[in-house]
Design a protein around this ligand. Sequence first.
Ligand code: ZN
Length: 305
Amino acid sequence: MAKIRTVLGDISPDEFGPALVHEHILVDFIEAEKFSRDRYNREEVFEVMLPYLARIKNLGVKGFVECTPAYMGRDAELLVRFSKALGIHILTNTGLYKEPHLPKFAFEYSADQLAELWIKEILEGVEDTHIKAGFIKIAVNPGIIAPIQQKIVRAAARCSLATGAVIACHTANGAAAMHLLKILDEEGLENDRLIVVHADAEENIKYHLEIARRGAWVEYDGLSQNTSEKILKLLRFMVDQGFEEQILLSQDAGWYNVGQPRGGNIRGYEYLIEEFVPLMRKNGFDQDLIGKILVENPAEAFQIG
Ligand SMILES: [Zn+2]
């Protein structure tokens, strides 16, 4: 049975949407070896971020995918607190980002050893908790993927093959996406287990089409007031090409920035629902299509098992 794996346990996919599929609550950009929970105060992060999440809960958002990787501020226990306080379904992740956010063992472990660790985080719990990861978050550099990231991609593929979890990969450009798809093919992974994160950063539309044609998810997650026209055009184009079932939409917003007073300048999560959905309607996207992008596609993409 397909399900979505939240920090509070598994739910049915039809309970998940509308969902924001790529957001952050807490991020620390310190290098991996210096990262520690002592660098922030959980109580303060909870207090600062709660109103932002409450606001989208009140706008009808049910699912929230927290994309902060391990060693950059992934804090599953904190996510459980938010989820219990608000009744929002929150997903956390397993996997690793890229340099300088890779711990030493990322270089020492084989792809199979990394995969084994991540499978454990999905089946049993992240770090020393019983809170399970619901997806795999990794990253690749632009262009030809560096050897260390290639190993991480292979580990992610093996973890996905073993668990069914989707891989959300930070992908800086189209060339990297093509190399990524090639490695995943070699590993025998179905392309619908890949979300190409930050697809809107690639200016050449032929890559968007190629990613979708190959069956992977095209994620437009750079949505804000400043990018609304561009994203609207991309959505329109992909829908006209018949790829409305492979688009994901989010804002990469938030977040409490560790090291800055009370998290610094935080960007709220409400723009997509409050302003962009009405803009979509005004531009001819009907309720079915909006439902597809915000409810059905997230429920499909994040299915596990
Ligand atoms: Zn992000």
